[in-house]
Write a protein that binds this ligand. Structure first.
Ligand SMILES: Nc1ncnc2c1ncn2[C@@H]1O[C@H](COP(=O)(O)OP(=O)(O)OP(=O)(O)O)[C@@H](O)[C@H]1O
Ligand SMILES: [Mg+2]
Length: 118
């Protein structure tokens, strides 16, 4: 299984969540984070002096998926989070050694939305 993590703009949360739901994914974790990219993003002003904000507020989403679901989940996040302006964020994928469901104790964790009657 793989963990897909993405840092994106907070105002894209609804779009990211809708894109994931439309693609059939059922679980994710969201964290508030702050980060710094390669381009200055925001300029603040204090007593007539402008300055760059060193870090800006972002969200980080974490989704565990099957190996063959990575491409589709990455596309869904990108579709929801993309604005085209600098600071849109980035997506990374890591290999997981193991995943456990706390409820069942099993190592098989469903990643897509349960269908009625299953
Ligand atoms: N190398 C990195 N490692 C970890 N997080 C990063 C990295 N680069 C960017 N980020 C995260 O992504 C956020 C947005 O940065 P992003 O890279 O999207 O913007 P940018 O560098 O200003 O412009 P560009 O869109 O051209 O990359 C950062 O605030 C940070 O949280
Ligand atoms: Mg960058």
């Amino acid at each position: 299984m793989k963990k897909v993590e993405a840092v994106f703009r907070p105002d894209r949360l609804e779009a990211v969540s809708a894109a994931l739901e439309a693609a059939g994914y059922g679980g994710f974790t969201i964290m508030d984070v702050r980060g710094h990219g390669q381009s200055p993003e925001k300029v603040g002003e204090w007593r007539g002096q402008t300055y760059e904000l060193h870090v800006t507020h972002k969200l980080q989403i974490e989704i565990i998926v099957e190996d063959d679901e990575v491409e589709s989940v990455v596309r869904a996040i990108m579709g929801g989070a993309h604005t085209g302006a600098v600071g849109d964020g980035l997506i990374s994928v890591t290999e997981l050694a193991a995943v456990y469901s706390i409820r069942t104790g099993g190592t098989t964790v469903p990643t897509t939305v349960a269908q009625p009657g299953t």
